[in-house]
Design a protein around this ligand. Structure first.
Ligand SMILES: CC(C)(COP(=O)(O)OP(=O)(O)OC[C@H]1O[C@@H](n2cnc3c(N)ncnc32)[C@H](O)[C@@H]1OP(=O)(O)O)[C@@H](O)C(=O)NCCC(=O)NCCS
Length: 158
């Protein structure tokens, strides 16, 4: 996947992210979404925070000139966690795997933790391909499912 490059988030990326992050299939997959992904004011508030917080390293992922998704790491309960989200049109082509590999060469902090709904097979596979190992299981309320579900916790140590 040679096309993938990363850059800082730009204002013009936000409408694309909003569309990607309100996609019902993607929300179901990610499961642990914000309460209401369609709340545009909350979305803008989140990205204002993301772009202004020096502890959050967020990048737009571009492929062949198109904004295909985003990756970020942020502090959560004293640990650094990774999150990523890609447009459905780009799934299944190795874009996430290539983008995370590029991101991890630029962000050297370790360990990095990740969480995924236990049935988010694609995300768990991407993490495995990126060198993350299973750390344990957890259970939490998934806004996009309206119920508590199992999640996996994975970690990249080196
Ligand atoms: C999860 C997500 C990041 C995957 O992105 P992607 O670009 O499709 O990922 P890749 O193409 O790099 O790799 C996907 C891998 O999962 C595998 N996969 C996908 N669906 C699968 C399924 N149902 N069963 C088994 N394997 C599956 C693919 O075969 C591929 O593995 P392979 O290279 O060994 O064949 C993307 O679907 C997404 O952004 N989803 C919405 C948001 C989300 O879930 N974010 C993560 C929150 S934890």
């Amino acid at each position: 996947m040679d096309c993938v490059s990363l850059r800082e988030i730009a204002d013009e990326d936000l409408p694309i992210f909003f569309e990607q992050m309100t996609n019902p299939a993607a929300c179901h997959m990610a499961a642990f979404t914000c309460k209401d992904p369609a709340d545009h004011a909350a979305f803008l508030g989140w990205f204002t925070r993301v772009r202004g917080d020096p502890q959050i390293v967020a990048r737009t992922v571009v492929c062949d000139g198109a904004v295909v998704g985003q990756i970020l790491t942020y502090p959560r309960e004293g640990r650094r966690e990774i999150c990523y989200w890609f447009g459905q049109a780009y799934w299944g082509r190795g874009v996430a795997t290539a983008a995370i590999a590029a991101y991890l060469t630029r962000v050297s902090a370790r360990p990095i933790y990740a969480r995924a709904a236990r049935d988010n097979v694609a995300s768990i596979r991407v993490l495995e391909k990126s060198g993350f190992l299973l750390e344990g299981l957890d259970r939490g309320f998934a806004n996009a499912r309206g119920e508590e579900i199992d999640e996996v916790v994975m970690v990249l140590r080196a």
